[in-house]
Design a protein around this ligand. Structure first.
Ligand code: NDP
Length: 278
């Protein structure tokens, strides 16, 4: 059973839109939640990390508009009652952001079957389960789903056999859901971030890797969680009312780059010396 981290949210306000953000306790998910709050939404945060979720809920200090639920998105038995609680507390769901994700970066021959299965279960299965659970509630008013994929789902790379495959599949899942849910007024799109400065990135990006990214990305830098949140908010907004089934790369031009040989780029790159990894 998902567990509420503290007291119940305030009274129902049927006209105020509601966003559900998975993996919302920190990083990109938290920035997305903060953007929705800044735009006047109520927000439900679903996250597996109870301690960080509780700290985030305390920091946001907005019990009328924030509902924080501990929940593993890969577990249908936890997601279903969590979404029921969101619907009961807030009365509607207008946006769902499937952001919860995990990264295991290992060579093919070192990736254990259990690791492969866990990455697929969270990154792909989580989006399937949460969208399926939210759709019946969203159908009442119409709405938008945004899946958070990755540049790793658009371009293959070393060490990402599980992560990259899960994100590529998530991009296709976006189209599958768009095809079916579009007919009931729910748009489904995807944002594929390039590297973003978060705890997940710090875990898997060494100083050398950070330099490689700076050398490869046309904008010569990592993205910020707020920049990803802006793309997500746009796709959920009325401004994107005819956009369905698309993937928007928010990656500083990383995906656009074909033959992006760092040696050639650096010959013409005055920014290089100014962008040292932290
Ligand atoms: P973080 O690890 O900083 O935050 C992710 C949050 O999701 C954590 O609180 C994490 O909890 C939670 N979470 C993990 N598994 C589950 C689960 N099964 N159910 C519910 N919550 C879960 O990640 P980021 O903010 O960096 O990334 C967010 C998304 O963006 C991910 O999908 C990621 O793949 C994607 N992305 C990130 C990029 C980056 O450079 N940061 C680049 C491209 C895409 P816990 O801490 O316990 O794991």
């Amino acid at each position: 059973m998902p567990s509420r981290t503290s007291h119940a949210p305030g009274v129902r306000r049927p006209d105020v839109p509601v966003a559900v953000v998975t993996g919302g306790a920190r990083g990109i998910g938290l920035a997305i939640a903060e953007r929705f709050l800044a735009e006047g939404h109520r927000v439900a945060l679903l996250d597996i990390d109870r301690k960080t979720l509780r700290a985030t809920e305390r920091r946001l200090r907005d019990p009328d508009r924030v509902l924080a639920l501990v929940c593993d998105v890969s577990n249908q038995e936890q997601v279903k009652p969590a979404i029921r609680r969101v619907a009961k507390a807030f009365g509607r769901i207008d946006a769902l952001v499937n952001n919860a994700g995990i990264a295991i970066f290992k060579p093919v021959h070192e990736t254990k079957l259990a690791e492969w299965q866990r990455v697929l279960a969270v990154n792909l299965g989580g989006a399937f389960i949460c969208t399926q659970a939210c759709a019946p509630v969203m159908m009442k008013n119409g709405g938008a789903v945004v899946n958070i994929a990755s540049i790793s789902g658009l371009r293959a790379s070393t060490l990402r056999v599980a992560y990259g495959t899960s994100k590529a599949a998530l991009i296709h899942l976006t189209k599958q859901y768009a095809a079916e849910l579009g007919t009931v007024g729910i748009r489904v799109n995807c944002v594929a971030p390039g590297p973003v400065d978060t705890a997940m990135a710090k875990l898997v990006h060494s100083v050398a890797i950070r330099q490689d990214y700076y050398d490869t990305i046309p904008l010569n830098r990592y993205g910020t969680p707020e920049e990803i949140a802006a793309a997500v908010f746009f796709l959920c907004s009325h401004e994107a009312s005819y956009i369905n089934g698309q993937t928007l790369a928010a990656d500083g031009g990383f995906e656009a780059l074909g033959v992006g040989l760092p040696t050639l780029r650096n010959q013409f790159n005055p920014m290089r010396e100014r962008r040292k990894p932290k």
